[in-house]
Design a protein around this ligand. Structure first.
Ligand code: 13P
Ligand code: SF4
Length: 354
C-alpha cells in the first residue's frame, strides 16, 4: 500500500527525476518528461482540493508511480477509502471500486476519472438475478465479489475480494454458500475451502440443483473478459521457453490455469510474492500494466510481458483523465439510499473478517 514520496511533489523536474529512476527501463524518456508535467499539475490540484488519489495495481506505470497516494488491490484500497478524512477521493480504478469508496464515504466527493469504467464481472449480474437466486436457495448465505455494483452488494450478506474470499466463506461457517458472480473465482475458492462447485446462469436458475449432498459453492456464470482468456497452453509454452519462470495467476483465471501456475492470489499478494522471492524470471497472468509496476519495484528481476490481453476498462483511466477529473470535479459517483446503507452492511461484514 505504498505511498511514494513522489505523490506529494509539485515540481515537474523533481517528479521526472523520481520517475526516471523507477521507470527508465520501462517508459521512454520523452514520455516520462511529458507525464511528469501532467503529474505535477495533478499533485498541485490534489493539495488545493484536499483530495486523496487511490491507484489500483492495474494503473499505467507513470500514473501509479507519480500521483497515487495509496496503491494496492481492491481490498487494500477499500480499507484506505474507509479511513480517509480528505474532502475528495479520486479513484484511479474502475466504477465498482469508486462506488465502494462512496458507499464507505457518503459525505465525501468521490470522483472516477472515466465516464464509464466498467467491468465484465460487474456487468454480468443484477439485483434481480440475486433476488431470484435467493428465492431458489432460501437461507443460503450470499457472498458477492467486490467486482459488482452497489445494488448487487445491497442484496448480499457479505462482500469479499480475491484477497479474502476463502476467509469470508470459512468465517460464515455454512456448508453451502452462493458466491457471485465470477464462476472461476468461485471454483478456485470452492477448491480452497474443500467444497463442490455448481455454476448457475440466468437461463437455468429455476432448473438448477437445489439439494447438495456435500458442502457446495453455488457460483454464477460471470467471467472476467481478461483472465478467462489465459490458457494452460500459455502456461506450458512459457515454461518451455523459460524453464525457471515463476508463474503467478490471478484467481479470476480458470481453475486449470491456476492449477498449472506456481502461485495464485490478489494483485497485491502477487506483488508481495515477487518482492519476497529470489527467482530470476516471473510471468503474471493478469492485466499487463501490473507487470510494469511490479518490474519497476523489482529492478533486479525479469518480468516477462504478456500484453496481448488488456483490461479495456482499467485502461480508460490515464493521468490526463485524472487531471480533468480534479479540474472539473468529474465524474462524481453517487449511490442512492437505501441501496448505499444495505450495500455497506455487506462491505462492513467483510472488513470485520479480514
Ligand atoms: P484485486 O482485488 O486482486 O486487485 O483484483 C481486482 C480485479 O479487478 C482483478 O481483475
Ligand atoms: Fe473487471 Fe477483469 Fe477488468 Fe478486473 S480485469 S476490472 S475483473 S474486466
Amino acid at each position: 500500500m505504498s505511498a511514494t514520496g513522489t505523490s506529494s511533489k509539485t515540481s515537474a523536474d523533481e517528479i521526472y527525476a523520481d520517475l526516471a529512476v523507477r521507470l527508465q527501463r520501462i517508459v521512454p524518456d520523452f514520455e516520462l518528461r511529458y507525464k511528469a508535467e501532467l503529474a505535477a499539475e495533478v499533485n498541485r490540484l490534489k493539495i488545493e482540493k484536499n483530495a486523496l488519489i487511490l491507484g489500483h495495481n492495474y494503473m499505467e506505470a507513470a500514473l501509479f508511480h507519480s500521483v497515487a497516494d495509496i496503491t494496492g488491490d481492491s481490498l487494500g484500497l477499500c480499507r484506505e477509502a474507509a479511513r480517509t478524512d480528505r474532502d475528495r477521493i479520486v479513484f484511479c480504478g474502475v466504477r465498482f471500486m469508486a462506488e465502494t469508496a462512496k458507499i464507505l464515504n457518503p459525505d465525501r466527493i468521490v470522483l472516477l476519472p472515466s465516464a464509464v469504467g466498467g467491468c465484465s464481472l460487474a456487468a454480468s449480474i443484477g439485483a434481480a438475478d440475486v433476488r431470484r437466486l435467493k428465492q431458489r436457495y432460501p437461507g443460503v448465505p450470499v457472498v458477492v465479489y467486490v467486482n459488482t455494483y452497489a445494488e448487487v452488494k445491497a442484496e448480499a450478506d457479505y462482500c469479499c475480494t480475491s484477497s479474502n474470499a476463502a476467509a469470508v466463506i470459512e468465517a460464515i461457517g455454512a456448508d453451502t454458500v452462493l458466491f457471485l458472480p465470477d464462476e472461476y473465482l468461485a471454483a478456485n475458492v470452492a477448491r480452497e475451502t474443500s467444497r463442490d462447485i455448481v455454476v448457475v446462469g440466468p437461463a437455468d436458475i429455476d432448473s438448477a440443483p437445489s439439494v447438495f449432498r456435500s458442502p457446495t459453492v453455488i457460483g454464477w456464470s460471470g467471467r472476467c473478459e481478461v483472465h478467462e482468456k489465459f490458457t494452460v497452453g500459455d502456461v506450458q509454452a512459457a515454461r518451455r521457453q523459460f524453464p525457471d519462470v515463476v508463474i503467478l495467476a490471478h484467481p479470476e483465471c480458470s481453475p486449470e490455469v491456476v492449477e498449472a501456475s506456481d502461485f495464485s492470489a490478489s494483485t497485491a499478494q502477487m506483488s508481495r510474492y515477487v518482492r519476497q522471492s529470489d527467482a530470476p524470471h516471473y510471468l503474471l497472468l493478469t492485466e499487463c500494466a501490473m507487470g510494469d509496476n511490479v518490474a519497476a519495484e523489482n529492478p533486479d528481476k525479469d518480468m516477462l510481458r504478456l500484453c496481448s490481453l488488456r483490461c479495456p476498462h482499467m485502461n480508460e483511466i490515464t493521468l490526463e483523465d485524472t487531471l480533468e477529473a480534479l479540474k472539473l470535479d468529474r465524474y462524481r459517483i453517487e449511490v442512492p439510499e437505501p441501496i448505499r446503507s444495505r450495500a455497506r452492511r455487506s462491505i462492513d461484514r467483510m472488513l470485520a473478517i479480514g
